[in-house]
Design a protein around this ligand. Structure first.
Ligand code: MN
Length: 163
């Protein structure tokens, strides 16, 4: 069975939308959820404890309460300063928050999947051998559209889901 990876970013304290995202990830049977930063307050990060899988996350530019976020996430995952780099299923992942350097990182050829956020606008495109994924904003405050991504590591395809 293919186990999907759930991807979200910029939840910006929108607890209701975050709960919708969690439901989508649970129903998809995600084995990992990735958050590209800008939780803002630790209380929303604690909500992700109800996922049935680990969380990997990076701090966004609006994540000031770093110790609180670390403590909220520690029981079920990790949050680090960007970038967070790991490999699994023969795929090399890079997770960051800001969008400015993702194209250069893609051209380096070192990563199969680069996940980022910050712009609040969804973006899924291939650049050379690298798949760039911005899941848009979970919060929905800026664009009025709340989106997440389900990534299939076997087919290396990413689907945008509207909450
Ligand atoms: Mn940001």
């Amino acid at each position: 069975m293919i186990r999907m990876i759930g991807i979200l970013s910029d939840s910006h304290d929108n607890l209701n939308n975050l709960r919708r995202a969690i439901t989508i990830f649970q129903e998809a049977g995600c084995r990992l959820v990735v958050h590209a930063g800008d939780f803002v307050a630790p209380f929303t990060a604690r909500e992700l404890a109800s996922l049935n899988c680990p969380l990997k996350a990076v701090f966004g530019n609006c994540d000031g309460e770093k110790i609180g976020l670390e403590e909220a996430i520690k029981p079920f995952g990790e949050i680090k300063p960007a970038p967070l780099i790991w490999a699994e299923n023969n795929l090399r992942f890079l997770l960051t928050h800001l969008h400015h350097e993702v194209e250069s990182l893609a051209y380096s050829g070192r990563y199969d999947v680069i996940i980022f956020g910050h712009t609040h606008r969804p973006e899924i495109r291939r650049l050379g051998q690298t798949l760039l994924i911005n899941p848009g904003e979970t919060g929905g405050w800026l664009t009025g559209k709340s989106t997440v991504v389900l990534f299939n590591p076997q087919s290396q395809t990413a689907d945008l889901i509207f909450l």
